[in-house]
Design a binder for this molecule. Structure first.
Ligand SMILES: Cc1cc2nc3c(=O)[nH]c(=O)nc-3n(C[C@H](O)[C@H](O)[C@H](O)COP(=O)(O)O)c2cc1C
Length: 196
C-alpha cells in the first residue's frame, strides 16, 4: 500500500515527502518551436504529462498554431498593442491565470527562436499583471550553447513582479527532429513537471 507523508512548509503549503506539492496548480506550457513534435515540443509534452500525473491542471500552447504578430507601439509608448487583433492577448491572459509558466524554445543562432521572443515582447503591455509566477525554461540545441537564450529568459522574468525561476531543462547535442526521444532529459522533463 502506498503511503504519502505530508510535511508543513514555511509558506503554509503542504508538500509530500517526494518533493511534489499537494496543492493543485495551473500550469501553462508555451512551446515555441515551429517544429510540432520536435525536440523542445516533446520535452514540453513530458513536462505536461508529469504535471498532469501529479494532479495539476496543465495545458500546452503551441505558438506556431496561433496568430502572434509583432508588437506595435506608439512613439510615446501609450496604447501599445491595442490595434492588434490576434491570439497574443489570449496567451497573455493564460499567463496571468497560471501559477506556473514553462517557456520552451529551440536554440536558433545561439539564442531563443523568434516566435518566443515575439511572444515575450507582446507581454509588454500587461507585464505588471504577470506576477508571482514560478518559471521553468526548456531549451534544445544541436550544440551546447544555451547561455544567450537562458539569459534572455532570466532578463524577461526580471520585469515580472514576484517571479521565481524554478528549473531549467537543457537538451544539448540534439539536432534532428525527434532525437530527444529516449534521452535522459525526457525523464528529467517528466520529473520536473511532476514536481512543480
Ligand atoms: C534556423 C536554425 C538555427 C539553428 N541554430 C543553432 C545554433 O545556433 N546552435 C545550436 O546548437 N543549434 C542550432 N540549431 C539546431 C536546433 O537548436 C536543434 O535542432 C534543436 O533540437 C531544435 O529543436 P526543435 O526540434 O524543438 O525545433 C538551429 C536550427 C535551426 C533550424
Amino acid at each position: 500500500m502506498a503511503i504519502t507523508v505530508f510535511t508543513a512548509s514555511c509558506n503554509g503549503q503542504s508538500r509530500k515527502t517526494d518533493g511534489s506539492s499537494s496543492q493543485s496548480k495551473k500550469v501553462l506550457i508555451i512551446s515555441s518551436s515551429p517544429s510540432k513534435g520536435g525536440n523542445s515540443d516533446l520535452l514540453c509534452d513530458e513536462f505536461l504529462r508529469g504535471a498532469k500525473d501529479a494532479g495539476h491542471e496543465a495545458e500546452k500552447v503551441f505558438l506556431n498554431d496561433l496568430d502572434i504578430q509583432f508588437l506595435r507601439i506608439k512613439d510615446d509608448y501609450t496604447d501599445r498593442n491595442l490595434e492588434i487583433n490576434d491570439d497574443a492577448p489570449k496567451v497573455v491572459a493564460k499567463m496571468i491565470e497560471a501559477d506556473v509558466i514553462v517557456m520552451a524554445t529551440p536554440i536558433y543562432n545561439d539564442n531563443m527562436c523568434g516566435q518566443m521572443k515575439t511572444m515575450m515582447d507582446r507581454v509588454f503591455e500587461r507585464e505588471s499583471e504577470v506576477k508571482n509566477k514560478e518559471f521553468y525554461f526548456i531549451m534544445t540545441a544541436g550544440g551546447s550553447n544555451t547561455g544567450c537564450a537562458l539569459l534572455g529568459f532570466r532578463n524577461f522574468i526580471r520585469y515580472l513582479p514576484g517571479s521565481k525561476e524554478k528549473g531549467v531543462i537543457q537538451g544539448t547535442g540534439i539536432h534532428l527532429k525527434g532525437t530527444v526521444k529516449g534521452k535522459p532529459v525526457m525523464k528529467e522533463a517528466y520529473e520536473m513537471g511532476k514536481n512543480v
